[in-house]
Design a protein around this ligand. Sequence first.
Ligand SMILES: Cc1ncc(COP(=O)(O)O)c(C=O)c1O
Length: 395
Amino acid sequence: MFLQDFPPMGVYETLFKFQAASGSYMGDPGTHPWAQGFPLTRQLPGGPEIPLSVSFAASELKYPAATGNDGLRKAIAKYYNHFYGSKITEDNVGVFAGGRPGIFATLLFLQKDVDVIIEETEYTPYFDKLKLLNRSHRIVPSNPHNNFRPSISDYRKAINESGKRTLLIRSNPCNPTGVTWSGDALKEMVNLASGSDRGAIIDEAYEFFNGDGPVSAMQYISNIDESNIFVIGAATKGLQVPGMRTGWVIASKRHIEVFRNFSSIAMGGVSRPSQVYVTNLLDLDRVTQARKAVVKFYNEQRKIYRDGLASCGMELSTGDGGFYHWGKLPHGLTAEDFNQRLFKHKAAILPGTLCDMHRRGAQGPHNHFIRFSFGPIEPDAYQENMRILKDCLKG
Ligand SMILES: Cc1ncc(COP(=O)(O)O)c(C=O)c1O
């Protein structure tokens, strides 16, 4: 083989196992895609309509601009300035085909001497990206001992131990735990990541999905042009359109130029019709309505599944954000065994071991933990879902 072998990212690994065991594609009608990280792609109660078509001129069939089209970049800058009081311009915005490529590009160009600092329990592909790019990294403890809630002093300790220039990476709200830094805690995190020797990737894919309302580090970054902070956003979750493959990085102008040059070599920009579509979604009135509807709908879903899973003996450690429940299975059940039971019902969860940034497998503390996604679940599936969960969580 001419190519270096590389396994699929954990969510896809589970998808392929599910397909092999059940003969179905997770997400198809009749399946229960609790392993997957997508939101409902239909209009939510009280939310805006989700357009099913997009019109554009022939000029939109030309190549896109390398960093993203002006219309979308301006709409994104306006969005953050309006909701979070930032003062960015389109020159601080780089558009990518989703959140993941933006994160990957940032890590790809990260100077070799910079140490990456990451929590022990995090978004599955961070591990793969760091491994693929051969990045040394330090782990901040996030495990049952601290109930998956590291503090700012844990981060400070890791930075001090490193002694090098450091880049923090965190999903906020955290996938899988739902633990969210907001208010003073987020402000402190931004301060910690500020200064010429410090930086951060703050991944806000779940920005809208927070108990008290949407949350962004942009509120606390005083001058992004003087920082090494990269705020990741995407239309994938909050705007409910993962299929549009549109995400962005907010960063200093100089860093955005690097992304422009990267795009000119390796990406060629992002589909212009997708960019036109997402620009329309960011209309301020529309997005105000969308933010409210997402918070309300998913707060309710978080609550009913919190109660439901707890009633089956799950010990939950979920925070107030995201659309996942994170918890420990009862009766010493492992996540792998639980999935074998679930596959028979065309259901699956994401095994916690895939969120372990040490990747210790069955030897690690994540072996009995699962990430249960309520993102794609219709409310009327609740009874049926609880029936399957109860059946598979029996001792
Ligand atoms: C923490 C986190 N970051 C970023 C993303 C963005 O993904 P995409 O590349 O699909 O926009 C996701 C989606 O699962 C996520 O969970």
